[in-house]
Write a protein that binds this ligand. Structure first.
Ligand SMILES: [Mn+2]
Length: 394
């Protein structure tokens, strides 16, 4: 039934690169402490031949990713879905929550994304996008992309741990909760989309493939995944091979400038008004190396803005010359969300950890159940200390 035989003869794909961190993930709340994490080495062997052999007796695949799915998560999932459907598999994409409206340009594939919150049976549930546990169990395989963290999978981690599914993981983050033996991750890759592209090319699935009525081809999904996770190819995680991959996607017809417009020039007007508050509250300290700003409830009210309008704002703080580490304090219900970003040598993951949060070395977050003033009083001394203790050399 499936065209996996030829793939089983496909040669090993191995990579030997330095480890990099994904620097765009946003952490909005404390990350629960989970079973001991394994540190992924800089060199993770994987072979898509083994991946194909694991799918040999699969018929139906749930593709899943992390909560608040970003461009890499969704692009990787939808590219995989189209590719695996072309091989004859029944495929459904399911995440812990529904994707942001900013991804609506993904068309029918966007509409088909389901969410799983642990509900056993739908009963009279009016939302057809909710996937019940009983419907999930009509699938035999669970393929997780762009995360290996139980906390980020929320209720979906129950499915991964249930023993009911064959579980496979394709991820590019440096630490893993070890969800399965069948882990095809590689922490040297700047995006999960890079690994998915490797896989689909190994399976000889045409990158130009566009399903009937689809708004995007596989090449579009993968380009979007890789471009968004690399800040449009400007982060230090980008490798020469990343640009080769981008070139192949463009050759396969990826509509690069259209995708950029959807990703970065697609904001609600209220966001521009909220930017005014971001600028007004912008503060520099430590000889201009530390920058922070705050967004309070009254700023949102005045701008008519909502939480999703803050997307990418923390990165704006890092665009001022000389700034090395930033924090955006955002007032949310019951407290303050902290978003940290930094230049290479400053570790804000550790900083977020002090406040019960987590993330990557250069992109992290935490949540404090306090007032704005209290949050700033607690966080800023630790940020200033970052510069006093720093061994950073310019
Ligand atoms: Mn990613």
């Amino acid at each position: 039934m499936f065209v996996l035989d030829k793939i089983l003869n496909f040669g090993k794909i191995e990579r030997n690169r330095q480890s990099f961190y994904c620097s765009v993930c946003t952490f909005s709340s404390a990350q629960p402490q989970n079973p001991p994490k394994i540190e992924r080495g800089p060199y993770v062997k994987h072979s898509w031949k083994k991946f194909a052999s694991l799918l040999q007796d699969s018929r139906s695949i749930l593709i899943a990713s992390h909560a608040r799915a970003d461009g890499d998560a969704l692009g990787s999932e939808l590219a995989l879905a189209a590719g695996l459907r072309s091989l004859g598999f029944r495929v459904t994409v399911v995440n812990p929550d529904l994707p942001s409206e900013m991804f609506r340009f993904m068309g029918k594939d966007f509409d088909a994304i389901r969410f799983f919150d642990g509900t056993s049976d739908l009963g009279t549930d009016p939302d057809p996008r909710r996937l019940s546990r009983s419907e999930a169990q009509t699938f035999d395989t669970l393929l997780i992309v762009d995360t290996s963290a139980r906390s980020q999978l929320r209720s979906l981690s129950e499915l991964a741990d249930s023993g009911y599914f064959k579980v496979l993981v394709i991820d590019h983050h440096a630490v893993s909760d070890r969800l399965t033996e069948n882990d095809f991750s590689d922490a040297s890759k700047p995006a999960a989309g890079c690994l998915v592209m490797d896989l689909l090319e190994s399976l000889e699935i045409p990158l130009a493939l566009r399903e009937e009525d689809a708004s995007c081809s596989i090449a579009d999904f993968l380009f979007f995944a890789i471009a968004t996770d690399t800040g449009w190819f400007r982060f230090p995680s980008v490798l020469p091979e990343t640009l080769h991959q981008a070139a192949r996607l463009m050759e396969a017809g990826a509509s690069t400038s259209r995708l950029y417009r959807f990703a970065c020039e697609n904001y609600a007007p209220a966001r521009m008004k909220l930017m005014e508050a971001l600028g007004r509250n912008f503060t520099l300290e430590c000889s201009g190396k530390l920058a922070y700003s705050r967004l309070e409830k009254k700023d949102f009210d005045q701008a008519g803005a909502v939480m999703s309008d803050t997307s990418e704002m923390v990165n704006q703080l890092l665009t001022t010359a000389g700034v090395e580490a930033v924090c955006l304090f955002t007032q949310v219900e019951n407290g303050v969300r902290l978003n940290f970003r930094s230049r290479e040598n400053f570790d804000v993951a550790q900083l977020a950890g002090q406040f019960g949060g987590g993330g990557h070395k250069n992109a992290s977050g935490a949540f404090l159940g306090t007032s704005m003033t209290e949050a700033q009083n607690r966080v800023l001394p630790s940020m200033r200390a970052l510069f006093q203790n720093s061994t950073h050399k310019n």
